[in-house]
Design a binder for this molecule. Structure first.
Ligand SMILES: Cc1cc2nc3c(=O)[nH]c(=O)nc-3n(C[C@H](O)[C@H](O)[C@H](O)COP(=O)(O)OP(=O)(O)OC[C@H]3O[C@@H](n4cnc5c(N)ncnc54)[C@H](O)[C@@H]3O)c2cc1C
Length: 378
C-alpha cells in the first residue's frame, strides 16, 4: 500500500515533518541521499543558535516565540535538552540599531529581555570588552540547539510511530502528470509512490525541483570551532551565553563539545555546493575575521591556537523568507526549503505546519510570506 506521505530529505525540516505527520496518524517514508543525521546537510553541525531577536521584523520573533513551547515539549518527550536555554547576549555598538529594534519588539511581546549598561555587562561577563560597546541586549529564552542530535531524536520518535527511513537513497527525478506528483524516481531507477510528497532537500532543493524554478541561492557558510586559550571554565554554558554582534556579522557559542566554542557568521558566503571541491575547507580570511572580532569584543579568546573549521551550505531566497507551500500545479506536492542560516530554531514549528498543510490543507500559522507565487514574474 502507498504511504500517506513520501518525504525527500531527512534534515531537520524533513524529520520534524515526519514526527508531526506520524503523530497525526499518517504513514511516512523518508528518502535521504546520505545518513540521517548527515554532517553534509545544513542541519549537520553540533549546535545552532536559538534567538528571538529579529530587529524590527516582529513576524519572525513571533514565529520563534511560537516554536519555543514546541521545543520545550520536545525536550520533555526526548528526556534531554535539545534546546539549552542559557540566554543570548547581543553586543550593540550603537543606539537605535538592530539590538534596540529587537528590544522594543521583545518588550511589546512581553518576552523577558534586558538592556544591559556597561557596568552590568562587566559584572556578569567580565571577559567582554565593554569599551567596544554601547550596551548589550540579553534575552533569557535564547540559547542553543543540539542540531544533529535533534535530527536523530526526531527521526527516532517518528520511527517509533512507524515512519520508515531509506538511507543512501537519492531522489533523482520528480515524476508528474495532470493530477500532480505521480512518483519520485531514485538514482537507481526505482519509483517511490505515495499519496502526498514533501520535498525538504535543503540546499539540494533547487536542483531536485528544477521544473518549479525556485530561486534558491546556495552559499558556503564558514564556522570555526576554537578552544579558549585561557580561563576555559568561564566560557562554559553555565557562565557564558550564546553571543552575537550584528555590526560585525558574527555570533558564537559557549563551550559545548570537547572544550570547543564556536564562532559563525550571519553574512552570506560565496556560492558553493555541499560536496563540491574544497567545500569543507575554511578560508584563512574567515579565521582572520574571527580573530579580529574576538580581539575587539572578547579579547581573551583572540589568541586561540586549537581550532577546527567547518563549512555547511545554506539555501536562501531573494527576500530571505522561507518557502513553505504546496507546489504549483501539483496539489499533492509540498515544499519546505530556503531556511537560510536562521531556520533550525523553527524546525518543530515548520514540521507541525507542513504536517497541518498536508493533512488538513491549512496551517495554524500565517503562511503569506512563505508562498511560492511571490517569485512569479522574476
Ligand atoms: C553554517 C550555518 C549556520 C546556521 N546557523 C543557524 C543558527 O544558528 N540558528 C538557526 O536557527 N539556524 C541556523 N542555520 C539554519 C539551519 O541550520 C537550516 O535552516 C536547517 O538546518 C535547514 O534544514 P533542512 O532540513 O531544510 O536542510 P538540510 O539539513 O540540508 O536537510 C536536507 C536533507 O535532504 C537530503 N537530500 C538532499 N537532496 C536529496 C535528494 N535528492 N534525495 C534524497 N535526499 C536528499 C540531504 O541529504 C539532507 O539530509 C544555519 C545554517 C548554516 C548552513
Amino acid at each position: 500500500m502507498k504511504p500517506s506521505v513520501l518525504i525527500v530529505g531527512g534534515g531537520a525540516m524533513g524529520v520534524a515533518s515526519a514526527y508531526w505527520l506520524t503523530k497525526m496518524g499518517r504513514s511516512v517514508v523518508i528518502l535521504d541521499r546520505g545518513d540521517v543525521p548527515n554532517s553534509a546537510a545544513s542541519s549537520g553541525d553540533h549546535v545552532r543558535a536559538f534567538q528571538l531577536t529579529h530587529g524590527k521584523d516582529a513576524f519572525y520573533t513571533d514565529l520563534a516565540a511560537k516554536a519555543l513551547p514546541l521545543w520545550l515539549s520536545l525536550n520533555e518527550e526526548a528526556g534531554e535538552k535539545l534546546l539549552h536555554q542559557n540566554g543570548m547576549l547581543e553586543l550593540a555598538v550603537k543606539d537605535g540599531g538592530f539590538e534596540d529594534q529587537s528590544y522594543r519588539i521583545l518588550k511589546e511581546m512581553n518576552i523577558r529581555a534586558e538592556r544591559m549598561d556597561k557596568p552590568e555587562i562587566r559584572r556578569h561577563h567580565p571577559m567582554v570588552n565593554v569599551r567596544a560597546l554601547r550596551f548589550a541586549l540579553f534575552h533569557h529564552d535564547g540559547g542553543y540547539i543540539w542540531a544533529m542530535r535533534t535530527v536523530a531524536v526526531l527521526s527516532h520518535l517518528a520511527q517509533k510511530k512507524g515512519a520508515q527511513i531509506k538511507l543512501h537513497t537519492e531522489a533523482a527525478d520528480v515524476l508528474t502528470d495532470k493530477d500532480g506528483v505521480r512518483g519520485v524516481r531514485d538514482k537507481h531507477g526505482k519509483v517511490w509512490q505515495a499519496e502526498n510528497y514533501l520535498f525538504a532537500a535543503g540546499p539540494w532543493s533547487g536542483a531536485l525541483l528544477k521544473r518549479w524554478r525556485l530561486p534558491l541561492k546556495v552559499t558556503r557558510q564558514e564556522q570555526m570551532h576554537l578552544m579558549p586559550p585561557t580561563n576555559r571554565g568561564r566560557y562554559r554554558p553555565e557562565h557564558f551565553p550564546v553571543f552575537a554582534a550584528r555590526s560585525a556579522g558574527i555570533y558564537g557559542f559557549p563551550i559545548h563539545i570537547h572544550g570547543f566554542m564556536k564562532v559563525s557568521t550571519y553574512v552570506m558566503g560565496p556560492p558553493g555546493f555541499p560536496g563540491a571541491d574544497g567545500a569543507t575547507k575554511v578560508n584563512p580570511r574567515f579565521e582572520r575575521k574571527c580573530r579580529a572580532f574576538l580581539k575587539k569584543f572578547i579579547p581573551d579568546l583572540a589568541e586561540f591556537t586549537e581550532m577546527e573549521g567547518k563549512v555547511c551550505c545554506s539555501a536562501t531566497t531573494p527576500d530571505g523568507d522561507f518557502i513553505m507551500d504546496r507546489l504549483p500545479d501539483a496539489p499533492n506536492g509540498f515544499v519546505a526549503a530556503g531556511f537560510s542560516t536562521t531556520g533550525m530554531k523553527f524546525a518543530p514549528l515548520v514540521g507541525k505546519t507542513m504536517a497541518e498543510l498536508i493533512v488538513g490543507g491549512r496551517s495554524e500559522i500565517n503562511l503569506h510570506r512563505f508562498r511560492i507565487h511571490r517569485f512569479r514574474g522574476r
